[in-house]
Design a protein around this ligand. Sequence first.
Ligand code: MG
Length: 256
Amino acid sequence: MSVELKSAPEIDRMRRAGRVVAEILDALEAAVAPGVSTWDLDQLAERLIKEKGAKSAFKGYRGFPAVLCASVNHEVVHGIPSRSRKLVEGDLMKLDFGVSVEGFYGDAARTVPVGKVSEEARRLSEATRESLEAAIAVIQPGKRIGDIGYAVQSHVERLGFSVVRDFVGHGIGRKLHEAPQVPNYGRPGTLESLRPGMVLAVEPMVNAGTAAVDVLDDGWTAVTLDGRLSAHWEHTILVVDGGHEVLTRSPARTTA
Ligand code: MG
């Protein structure tokens, strides 16, 4: 599948989709607290999507039942929100969320501590967020997809963590998942060259222990094989002349 370059009017829609994703993630992050269920967060997200006149990117995608992927602790990605999963102090919550606006998608994820978390949880989330920022920093025309993966992998492995191989980032636009795939590992100077108008969802998933994951019987929830913690951060990023523009950056923040 070839990589689609976006036109100026398409990029405008993607900016709006990215802004909605950031605003709703801000609200979800603020709502994360002990006693709140992952289902409560999904309901809040669904209400805000309607308010903003957007559409869910995830609900109904290959049958996924919710607008939010809510993964806790050893759950890596694609956790299904549940009334019975109430957050408790010390949980490491991953919010993965996407919408479309006028047919164009935005996708982002954040790792949020529930109250006070362990030192390992804090370090893992921070390393993963930094690896996303390191990847964003290399994005400009002429760099390659392998440079992105290398930036993520080299950062987190230096800190003793491991990069999930089974799930990767992706092109995004008229569809939630487009070419090219964007692995969170790789060698500099390899794979597809970045060009202005490309839009990528870069999403490091990083484990405290083994990189190996398994998928639960619900067919969705990916968990670490060793039961140790996992963290996930994601942004949707446009390649522009001389650099990049992060489309899902919160208006309230300067970094992920
Ligand atoms: Mg994604």
